[in-house]
Design a protein around this ligand. Structure first.
Ligand code: GRG
Length: 298
């Protein structure tokens, strides 16, 4: 039996999302000027595309194809990109570099970066719902739009972001840190996985198991992000490590130490993979991505 090749899988799935995102940009009127340029700049600055890949892999795990998950994959990457553009703003993290390149506000100006982020967010839902014209079941699209909106909003990413900001330079306990990470990062990852499966169509049992996988993987992803900020390589990450400490951010390594944080991330991934025990070969990509997210260098 052929061994699953994650690197090959990631390359092929990334090709799909890159092409689709190029089409999204091509469809934007040149008259929107700086807005189009700033959207394009941040969308094509070297992201890992992990949320689209989760959506693709979840669709495949329930018997569909990667392309079934495209409406969600595109929307998720647009929303993720908006969140990074806004997170880098002077009013938030005030970062000069993202993925080794100057941040959006450094290139285009602060007001322009705010608007480019807003435009990416709104584009996500316009592209997603537009798939109703491509013979995709509108009910499924509506369910996915709701899923993603909930995950990106005050109950998810934004709720986590505000709790994160308000806990800077404060001592917080593990449940509060988990609250932040599950929302800030975990919610969108969970939505990626659920949306991919919803677009194919699956039963409650499988969706429940995928959700369990997604919750554990989402938290593990952010713990590994915290760890990378301590031990990561500047060149590989495209930004200076140690920023969480400088900014007084609540992180797993700050609270538990590096070794315990690593153990916790490994345990979460182990639990996530266990949940997929009756999915067979179709879930091989999800299993391999689980391990990848805690072994990654960027
Ligand atoms: C400001 C609207 C708003 C939301 C902020 C996502 C987020 C919430 C802030 C970004 C900063 C941060 C470290 C968030 C945690 C999520 C995370 C690990 C982002 C980086 O995701 P990757 O590793 O990034 O998938 P790439 O560069 O590969 O796309």
């Amino acid at each position: 039996m052929a061994v699953f090749n994650l690197s090959d899988y990631l390359t092929k799935r990334r090709k799909i999302i890159e092409e689709e995102l190029q089409n999204v940009i091509k469809g934007i009127d040149e008259a929107s000027g700086t807005l189009k340029r700033a959207m394009k700049y941040s969308l094509f600055s070297g992201g890992k595309r992990i949320r689209p890949i989760f959506a693709f892999a979840a669709a495949e795990a329930v018997g569909g194809t990667a392309k079934d998950a495209l409406p969600a994959a595109i929307a998720l990457e647009l929303i993720h990109t908006y969140s990074l553009v806004h997170d880098d703003l002077p009013a938030m993290d005030d970062d000069d570099l993202r993925r080794g390149l100057p941040t959006s506000h450094k290139v285009f100006g602060e007001a322009q970066a705010v608007l480019a982020g807003d435009a990416l967010l709104t584009k996500a839902f316009s592209v997603l719902t537009d798939f109703a014209n491509n013979n995709i079941n509108p009910k499924k699209l509506l369910m996915v739009a709701h899923e993603i909106a909930q995950a990106a909003g005050e109950q998810g990413m934004l709720g986590g972001q505000i709790a994160d900001i308000e806990s800077e330079r404060k001592e917080i306990d593990l449940p509060s840190l988990e609250f932040i990470h599950i929302r800030k990062t975990g919610a969108l990852i969970l939505a990626s996985i659920r949306s991919g499966a919803i677009l194919v169509g699956t039963d409650e049992d499988k969706l429940g198991k995928l959700s369990k996988y997604g919750r554990n993987i989402g938290l593990a992803f952010q713990i590994s992000d915290d760890i990378l900020d301590v031990v990561g390589d500047k060149e590989l990450m495209g930004k200076k490590p140690g920023q969480d400490h400088v900014k007084g951010k609540a992180t797993y390594p700050a609270l538990l130490g590096l070794s315990e944080s690593r153990k916790m991330a490994e345990k979460l991934v182990e639990k996530a993979i266990e949940t997929l025990s009756d999915f067979g070969k179709a879930a091989e990509p999800l299993r391999a991505i689980g391990t990848f997210i805690i072994e990654r260098q960027s």
